[in-house]
Design a protein around this ligand. Structure first.
Ligand SMILES: [Fe+2]
Length: 147
């Protein structure tokens, strides 16, 4: 039996075995203080915003919730937008889950695409992926709604 599984069995209430596998080998030398910290800190409003966002997500993310969201959104009948219109809407977005991005999200989109292009100049599909990776965060009520 794997060591991690034995350890899991001894920790009552633990249902996420990934805790026992962290950090991944590529991050093994990274000091613990450089990882994101999700502990409670009422004196740090950004840290609290991020912590509460993840707490809400983890509390409310159920199969039933996801199935209802899929039923609502996967009809593709709510709005239409070009990619550029959606990217421009990222300017209005505050990503409550990300403590590191304090620029408009469209800047983050282009920075991500450019960093990928610098690292992988021949993978144009990857540049595009970096550009559009946060489009799922666009609030549909800010786009042209379909009737
Ligand atoms: Fe992002």
């Amino acid at each position: 039996m794997a060591v991690w599984f034995q350890a899991l069995q001894t920790k009552l209430g633990v249902i996420d075995p990934s805790e026992l596998l962290r950090p991944e080998p590529s991050f093994a030398a990274k000091p613990v203080g450089q990882f994101r910290d999700y502990t409670i800190d009422p004196n740090d409003p950004i840290k609290e915003r991020v912590r509460l966002t993840y707490e809400k997500m983890h509390t409310n993310q159920t199969v039933d919730f996801v199935n209802k969201r899929k039923e609502h959104w996967l009809k593709f009948d709510k709005f239409e937008s070009t990619i550029m219109e959606a990217l421009l809407k990222l300017n209005d977005l505050v990503d409550e889950s990300d403590p590191d991005v304090d620029v408009p999200n469209i800047v983050h989109a282009f920075q991500t695409a450019e960093r990928i292009r610098a690292e992988y100049p021949d993978l144009d599909w990857f540049h595009l992926t970096g550009l559009i990776h946060d489009l799922g965060k666009v609030r549909p009520d800010t786009l042209r709604m379909l009737e």
